[in-house]
Design a protein around this ligand. Structure first.
Ligand code: ZN
Ligand code: ZN
Length: 417
C-alpha cells in the first residue's frame, strides 16, 4: 500500500466522512493494525483545526482469547468505565466526532461457544446503548472506514499468499471507496447524484415498496408513517456550537445505499438472501425468510440455520425489520465481484433489509420521540441491527404512493432515475 494513498484515505475519512470542525475533538477507535491510519487521521484532523485527537486501540486476537477462556458471567458484567468511555465525549456541549477503523477477521470466533458469544455481545450492546443513541440519531458526526487485516484479506482472497492478499484488499478498498484520482471531487459528484435520488423518493410519498426477483423473492415492504429516505449525506441534529444548522457527514464509507424504515407490522411475503452473511463471526448462507404482518413466520438456510435462529431470537424486535435499503447492481462493490465477509462493504453491494432496530431519524421528528411514539409510527425497536443482502441483478422494485399509484424505482437491478 502506497503511503500517498493512505494519506488520501485519511483525508477522505476525516474531511469528508467525519467533516471535523475547527475546535472539535476527534475520537478514533482503532484495531492495533490500524495504528498507521489512525496516526495519519490524527495528522489530518489537527491540520483541519481539531482541538484534540484521542485514539482508543483494541485487539481482536486478545478478544478471542478472552472469549475462549474468560468467564461468561464476568464478561457480561460490563464495567462502568466501559459504559462511559465514549459517553464522556458526548455529554458536554459541542460533542466530539467519532471515527471507527474496522479491520475484522470475519471468523474470529470460529469454533467457540456461539451461545456465550451471543450473550456477551448482547451485554455489550445493552451497556453501550446510550452512546449508540447518539450515532443512531445522528446527534454526533461519526464514520466507519475499513483496513485489511491478514486474516480478513486471506478470507477474501484465499488463492493469494497473505502479503499479496493484503495488498489486493487495500487496492480493492481504495477502488470501491472512490479514493483513486481526486477523492474529494469524486465524493462530491457521487453524493450529489445520491441526494437527487433520495429527494425524488421523498417527494413520492411512498407507503410501500414491492421487491421481486427471478429467484423467488416477492416481498411487500410497508413503510413507517412519515418515513424519510436517507443516504448520500447525513446531518447532525446537534451540531452546536460549531454550526447552527448541524454538520454534514457521511456515516459509512463507502456507501451506496438509499434507505428508510419499514413499518414493523406491515411486511409480507418471501425473500431470499443473495450473499452470505456473517453473524457473530460465523456464516449464514442461502437463507429464505417468510414474513407475515411484519414478523418472520418461517425461515431456512443452507448454511447456519442455527445462527439465523439465534439472530431472530435475539429479542422481541429481532423477527421484524428496521431497514430497507436500495443499492443498484452496478455498485462498484458489487462489480468487484468480491465477497468481503464484512457488512460495511457487502451491504453496499446489494439491496438489503436489516433484522432489528430502525434508525429513529428515518421518520420525521423521530430523533425527538420516545420508544412508544416511535413504535406508533411503525419503527422497530431491538438491540440488534443486522443487514442481510437480498438484491439481485434482475431485481425489480415498484413503489406504491399514498394515493395508490405505482412508480417504477428499480428495473433489472438498476435505478430508473
Ligand atoms: Zn443499510
Ligand atoms: Zn443497516
Amino acid at each position: 500500500m502506497e503511503k500517498a494513498m493512505l494519506r488520501k484515505y485519511a483525508e477522505m475519512a476525516v474531511r469528508i466522512g467525519i467533516n471535523v470542525q475547527p475546535g472539535q475533538t476527534l475520537v478514533i477507535r482503532s484495531p492495533l493494525n490500524g495504528a498507521e491510519l489512525a496516526r495519519e487521521c490524527a495528522d489530518v484532523a489537527y491540520d483541519a483545526g481539531a482541538k484534540e485527537v484521542v485514539v482508543f486501540y483494541h485487539d481482536e486476537k486478545l478478544n478471542r482469547i478472552r472469549m475462549e477462556k474468560g468467564s461468561k458471567e464476568e464478561m457480561c458484567n460490563i464495567k462502568e468505565w466501559q459504559k462511559i468511555q465514549m459517553l464522556n465525549y458526548v455529554n458536554t456541549e459541542g460533542s466530539a466526532a467519532f471515527l471507527h477503523i474496522l479491520s475484522e477477521d470475519p471468523e474470529i470466533y470460529k469454533g467457540l461457544d456461539t451461545e456465550k458469544i451471543d450473550a456477551i455481545g448482547k451485554a455489550n450492546s445493552a451497556a453501550t446503548k446510550e452512546f449508540r443513541d447518539y450515532t443512531m440519531n445522528s446527534r454526533v458526526q461519526w464514520s466507519i472506514v475499513a483496513i485489511p487485516s491478514e486474516a480478513w484479506a486471506k478470507k477474501v482472497f484465499p488463492e493469494l499468499p497473505v502479503e499479496a492478499a493484503v495488498e489486493k484488499l487495500w487496492d480493492t478498498i481504495f477502488k470501491v471507496s472512490r479514493v483513486e484520482g481526486d477523492a474529494v471531487a469524486n465524493w462530491k459528484e457521487y453524493t450529489d447524484k445520491q441526494m437527487a435520488r433520495r429527494n425524488r423518493l421523498n417527494s413520492l410519498n411512498l407507503r410501500e415498496v414491492h421487491l421481486t426477483s427471478k429467484n423467488g423473492t416477492d416481498l411487500h415492504v410497508g413503510l413507517a408513517e412519515d418515513c424519510i429516505w436517507g443516504g448520500g449525506k447525513d446531518y447532525t441534529t446537534g451540531g452546536k456550537p460549531f454550526t447552527k444548522e448541524g454538520i454534514e457527514f457521511i456515516a459509512n464509507m463507502p456507501t451506496e445505499e438509499i434507505f428508510t424504515a419499514p413499518h414493523k407490522d406491515n411486511v409480507n411475503g418471501v425473500v431470499y438472501g443473495t450473499k452470505p452473511y456473517v453473524f457473530n463471526g460465523n456464516l449464514i448462507e442461502d437463507f429464505v425468510v417468510t414474513f407475515k404482518d411484519g414478523k418472520v413466520v418461517e425461515y431456512d438456510a443452507r448454511v447456519g440455520k442455527d445462527l439465523l435462529k439465534q439472530l431472530l431470537e435475539s429479542d422481541e424486535g429481532a423477527v421484524s425489520i428496521g431497514e430497507i435499503a436500495l443499492v443498484p447492481a452496478s455498485s462498484p462493490i458489487n462489480r468487484q465481484n468480491v465477497l468481503f465477509y464484512n457488512t460495511l462493504f457487502d451491504e453496499n453491494a446489494a439491496c438489503h433489509i436489516a433484522f432489528g432496530a430502525a434508525y429513529p431519524d428515518c421518520v420525521k421528528g423521530g430523533s425527538e420521540m420516545d420508544e412508544d411514539q416511535l413504535k406508533a409510527k411503525g419503527i422497530n425497536i431491538s438491540v440488534i441491527h443486522e443487514d442481510v443482502m437480498v438484491g439481485s441483478e434482475d431485481m425489480d422494485i415498484v413503489g406504491i404512493t399514498a394515493d395508490g399509484e405505482k412508480v417504477q424505482i428499480f428495473s433489472d437491478g438498476e435505478w430508473v432515475f
